[in-house]
Write a protein that binds this ligand. Structure first.
Ligand SMILES: [Mn+2]
Length: 172
């Protein structure tokens, strides 16, 4: 299996500048850039060229609710999460990810960084790049490097520095 690197952000809530900054920093240098919704930007904004983006509960317009990105040997399932009721638990998100046969399922909505594995699927919430909630009061995005054996997940701050307490490796 190839080695892939992804950048994942979410819940920028009108903060266009940081989306542009992350795009400018990584486009063409990583395999994919994902935005998991609640950008509050128009779906027609050219900023989305080169970004895989889904619809959040605060978005309007022509965004997909669910997006499944098939790479040569890796499937990434992406949704904001509100439609699958993730405020109340992850059963529906998990079932949906299983249906997609997802290697990675990435979501947002909760504004809290999270990484866990269930079956073959690695679940990743990149947190919010603009409005963090919960104990970790830091605006974050995620960088994921994955190969056949393991995934490495780092969270980065808005000044693109690794937030070390959240770095982890997960065996596949
Ligand atoms: Mn949100």
């Amino acid at each position: 299996m190839a080695k892939y690197t992804f950048v994942i952000m979410s819940d920028s809530h009108g903060d266009r500048h940081i989306v542009q900054e992350i795009k400018d920093r990584y486009l063409g240098k990583v395999d994919m850039i994902f935005h998991n919704g609640d950008s509050e930007l128009p779906a027609s904004d050219p900023i989305w060229e080169g970004i895989q983006v889904v619809c959040g509960n605060c978005d309007f317009g022509d965004y997909p609710d669910y997006l499944v990105t098939q790479l040569t040997d890796l499937t990434v399932a992406q949704t904001h999460g509100h439609l699958l009721g993730i405020n109340f638990g992850f059963e529906h998100l998990d079932l949906w990810a299983q249906e997609q046969d997802a290697d990675i399922c990435t979501y947002g909505h909760l504004h809290r960084p999270a990484v866990w594995k269930n079956g073959k699927t690695l679940f990743i919430n990149p947190g919010s790049i603009s409005q963090p909630r919960g104990e970790i009061n830091e605006r974050l995005y995620a960088m994921v490097t994955i190969d056949a054996k393991k995934a490495k997940i780092d969270y980065l701050t808005r000044d693109h520095k690794i937030y070390p307490a959240l770095s982890q490796e997960v065996r596949r």
